[in-house]
Design a protein around this ligand. Structure first.
Ligand SMILES: Cc1cc2nc3c(=O)[nH]c(=O)nc-3n(C[C@H](O)[C@H](O)[C@H](O)COP(=O)(O)OP(=O)(O)OC[C@H]3O[C@@H](n4cnc5c(N)ncnc54)[C@H](O)[C@@H]3O)c2cc1C
Length: 480
């Protein structure tokens, strides 16, 4: 069947608004947030679960490969089509009708096309929020498919921990709809099927709505920039904070000097907060928060933070060499500008790694010492979620580098970094960005065959059609 015939049939099935064909209108769906621009055969924008089901059944019947897309902020080439011009992008951006808030249950049943910012804007008057915090504005479907982590994982966990249920449509002959939308927090009556669709990059089905647990918005927050005495003091500093602050501690984010300098240089709204403008080698953004308003006679959170820092400071072998408390908004603005800053420095080759917490700084130190011997001129601009073992290990190749135009360079560099991170340090090659085309070779390399075989079986049971950009074990047969 010709593309025109598919367009006519899909338009009859889903309506005009749901089928995007012009190159201009397709462009935004074809370019990723950071990498890759592909070419789609067409873009489908269904507005309901029923329409997603009809679209998937059609694509399966006609062997069309489908790439689900939500906010398109993913960083591993998971949400955009390849260059073949044969894939159909299935965007969830029109799925924004259902917003059922259950205040008693502190939960929200929401369509997969809602952006995180819009959800939190609507929840704010109720004193609630969905506690996943990051420097992008994804949609719920993509957040489930990648199991987003973010900066407050330490306190609230990831999307998986905050999801009660979901609806998913399978890429099979009939576009089967699985209603897994339980709003129960405790439910042990069988297999917890929703987990298969969280963090698996859309390979097993398209999530169309979800039931989320919500948290109370903090009414008091205090933040500080902490300068550890040395890189080996970072973990003792974290454990000292956890020891003294318990559940108050809501973030412990690490930022390297080069990453901070890049943000300050390229994001004009930021102001340099460091004395004399001198950026320390490594800075921690620590946040503490609580959900009640200040009470008469109670120490303010700034005072709590100050006294805890003084206590740590006075200990023998203090892991802290400097600290200052400042406005949370300004301090977070710097943290969230790091991604934007580093991408201006040159060609960015980013790694989303995780380690046992005690290994992060050792890994970074090891790489900073070793990389120049193998890949000269590459700058390390790391930052990360130290509290949960995650590190965005960013490598920048400057424009004047001998490696700038080397097509094999990125793959060689990735292989080198992953060999140390995964094989020596037993870390993860994808902490919170999931798989996508970018990480597919490393999934293939590091996943044991018996797990791939199991995943292939699961894939053929759930979505035997061509769904997503990732193969967890099945042989990829792309339609011509
Ligand atoms: C500046 C910046 C900062 C970031 N910081 C963080 C961070 O701190 N932590 C973090 O975890 N991530 C971070 N990210 C990455 C990204 O924002 C997350 O991975 C996000 O959850 C992706 O959601 P999305 O809606 O944009 O999904 P998309 O990019 O559209 O899709 C991501 C994947 O999910 C699949 N998918 C999309 N919708 C569905 C669906 N409805 N059903 C099934 N599969 C689907 C896609 O096929 C793709 O494989 C950051 C990104 C940027 C640009």
């Amino acid at each position: 069947m010709s593309l025109d015939a598919h367009i006519a049939a899909l338009t009859a099935l889903l309506g005009d608004k749901a089928v995007v064909t012009s190159a201009n209108d397709r462009a935004a769906y074809e370019a990723g947030a950071r990498y890759d621009t592909g070419k789609a055969a067409l873009v489908l924008r269904p507005a309901s679960t029923t329409e997603v089901s009809a679209a998937l059944a059609y694509c399966v019947a006609h062997e069309l490969a489908v790439v689900p897309q939500a906010g398109n902020t993913g960083l591993v080439s998971g949400s955009t089509p390849d260059e073949s011009g044969a894939q159909v992008v299935l965007s969830l951006d029109r799925m924004t009708s259902r917003f059922d808030l259950d205040l008693d249950n502190r939960s929200l049943h929401v369509d997969a096309g809602f952006r995180l910012s819009e959800i939190n804007r609507r929840l704010e008057p109720h004193g609630l929020f969905f506690p996943i915090d990051l420097g992008a504005d994804p949609r719920i479907g993509g957040m489930l498919a990648t199991n987003t982590g973010g900066s407050r994982f330490l306190k609230y966990g990831d999307v998986r921990r905050n999801t009660l249920g979901l609806t998913v449509v399978l890429a099979d002959d009939t576009g089967t709809v699985l209603d897994l939308t339980s709003s129960l927090r405790k439910n042990n009556t069988g297999v917890d099927w929703k987990q298969i669709f969280i963090g698996t990059s859309g390979a097993f089905g398209v999530v169309t709505d979800a039931v989320l647990t919500l948290e109370r918005l903090p009414k008091q927050t205090a933040t500080a920039f902490l300068v550890p005495a040395s890189s080996s003091s970072v973990l003792p500093l974290l454990t000292a904070m956890e020891d003294r602050l318990g559940a108050y501690l809501s973030a412990f984010e690490g930022m390297s000097k080069d990453a901070v300098a890049a943000a300050l240089a390229h994001v004009p709204s930021l102001r340099n907060p460091f004395q004399g403008g001198l950026i320390p080698d490594y800075v921690i953004l620590a946040e503490i928060s609580r959900t009640w308003a200040p009470r008469a006679g109670e120490q303010s959170l700034d005072d709590v933070l100050e006294s805890v820092l003084a206590d740590i400071w006075e200990a023998s072998d203090a892991p802290l060499s400097d600290a200052f408390i400042g406005p949370p908004h300004d301090m977070w603005a710097l943290r969230h500008a790091l991604s934007e800053g580093v991408k201006h420095l040159g060609r960015l080759i980013a790694f989303d790694l995780s380690f046992r917490r005690g290994d992060i700084m050792a890994f970074c130190a090891r790489m900073k010492a070793d990389l120049p011997n193998h890949f000269s001129g590459v700058t390390v601009c790391d930052f990360g979620h130290i509290g949960d073992g995650g590190v965005h290990f960013n490598l920048v190749v400057p424009k004047d580098s001998e490696h700038w135009n080397d097509p094999t360079f990125e793959q060689r560099l990735r292989t080198f970094v992953f060999a140390v991170a995964v094989e020596e340090f037993n870390g993860s090659f994808s902490a919170e960005h999931a798989i996508g085309r970018k990480n597919q070779p490393f999934y293939n390399q590091y996943t044991p065959q018996e797990i791939k075989t199991l995943a292939a079986g699961l894939k053929s049971m759930t979505s035997p059609g061509h769904l997503g950009t990732v193969s967890f074990g099945e042989r990829i047969i792309r339609p011509a």
